[in-house]
Design a protein around this ligand. Structure first.
Ligand code: NAD
Ligand code: MG
Length: 395
């Protein structure tokens, strides 16, 4: 029996994880569930899975949830705040932690799980983009097991030889090919991109996801963050990572070897596949995912990404090559710009403009410890706020 903490249990990944847990009551037991604001969405999963703890973002939310659970006779202890998040991610009774909080807010609890040597199921790519070197060092020092949930990285993990993560050099890997759907604006006339709405950006053709990652997919910043994520997870430089636009989202990514072999992982676009893979690894379990029907799919298409259409992808490659604080600044500026876009304060194309200005200001800034990462993140958010104010219409 494996005990799991799900950080971000009310989100899209959190809910898919609970679905997989619910299919295997003989294998998995829930230790803790966490949410930020939507404490009401934790009531039903607490009643069903009876975790030892639930963690929410504020004392008011904790009070509401505790009262609702008490009234139904549920013994779950309700906590709140950052220290509690880190506590349930690192508790001695926890075997694995699903890191599915969105954005930099997930960094500290995810790092706590890594430092405590847990099996870390990593969906929160922003944590790795922000603090890749520190995070990977924590994993190596504690002997934690890091399993990627992001579908592309999970695919690459499946296509790499077992044990690759610990011994990258002799495996004969030539390139990592990350596939990308191209999002909802792959073919939108460039002149129309300035005026697209948050609702259009969140209408992804193949995947149902949280709003932040949906906007990232529309700008292809999601793929940019994934390039940086792949760099840290698989120890490969930017030049060994290629992005391939593949609109069907059936091939989730590939690994090319020195002998010319290319290994791909295929499946229907359903996050329960990588989630179940990582939870059961090295075994395989049922995930509730519809089998892939190749006859129905019939064809697979591939294109080169258009960097003029998707400047965010270029900015991410630039940030990875630059090193230092650039990736942390890219991530923080993007989070703020996406929030402003979702709030109708800036236009879609302003997202890349805001990030580019912040990156210009961060040139030469180093990050060698967690405090420096947190400071660079805060600094970039200030710069981004100023850029966003300059661009807000009617200000
Ligand atoms: P979501 O918006 O649906 O859910 C986010 C979760 O994080 C919620 O449970 C929310 O309560 C919690 N949260 C938000 N802000 C918080 C804060 N400040 N403190 C504590 N908790 C907070 O997001 P999602 O789509 O499930 O994505 C989660 C993560 O997984 C992201 O990093 C995303 O990039 C990654 N990811 C998602 C998908 C997908 O298909 N949804 C695929 C690959 C990777
Ligand atoms: Mg992905």
């Amino acid at each position: 029996m494996q005990r799991i903490t799900i950080l971000g249990a009310t989100g899209s990944i959190g809910q898919s994880t609970l679905d997989v847990v619910g299919r295997h009551p003989d294998r998995f037991e829930v230790f803790a569930l966490t949410a930020h604001r939507q404490d009401d969405k934790l009531v039903e999963p607490c009643l069903r899975f009876r975790p030892r703890h639930a963690v929410v973002g504020s004392p008011e939310a904790a009070q509401r949830l505790a009262a609702a659970l008490r009234a139904r006779g549920c013994p779950t202890e309700v906590l709140h705040g950052e220290a509690a998040l880190e506590g349930v991610a690192s508790a001695a009774d926890v075997d694995m932690v699903m890191a599915a909080i969105v954005g930099a807010a997930g960094l500290k609890p995810t790092l706590a799980a890594a430092r405590a040597g847990k099996k870390v199921l990593l969906a929160n790519k922003e944590a790795l983009v922000l603090s890749g070197a520190i995070f990977m060092r924590a994993v190596a020092d504690s002997g934690a097991q890091l399993l990627p949930i992001d579908s592309e990285h999970n695919a690459v993990f499946q296509a790499l030889p077992q044990g690759y993560a610990r011994e990258p050099s002799p495996a004969g890997v030539r390139r990592i090919l990350l596939t990308a759907s191209g999002g909802p604006f792959r073919e939108t006339p460039l002149a129309n991109l300035e005026a697209v709405t948050p609702e259009q950006a969140c209408a992804h053709p193949n995947w149902v996801m949280g709003r932040k990652i949906s906007v990232d997919s529309a700008s292809m910043m999601n793929k940019g963050l994934e390039v940086i994520e792949a760099h840290w997870l698989f120890g490969v430089p930017a030049d060994m990572i290629e992005v391939v636009v593949h609109r069907q989202s059936v091939i989730h990514s590939m690994v090319e070897y020195a002998d010319g072999s290319v290994l791909a992982q295929l499946g229907n676009p359903d996050m329960r596949t990588p989630i179940a893979h990582a939870m059961a690894w090295p075994e395989r379990i049922e995930a509730g995912v519809r089998p892939l029907d190749l006859f129905e799919i019939a064809r697979l298409d591939f294109e080169r990404p258009d960097f003029a259409r998707f400047p965010c992808l270029r900015l991410a490659f630039d940030a990875l090559r630059e090193g230092g604080a650039a990736a942390a600044v890219l991530n923080a500026a993007n989070e703020e710009a996406v929030a402003a876009f979702l709030d109708h304060r800036i236009g879609f194309l302003d997202i890349a403009r805001v990030i580019e200005r912040c990156l210009e200001r961060s040139a030469g800034l180093a990050v060698d410890c967690l405090e420096a990462v947190v400071a660079a993140d805060a600094c970039a958010r200030e710069w981004a706020h100023a850029e966003i104010r300059n661009r807000t219409p009617g200000r």
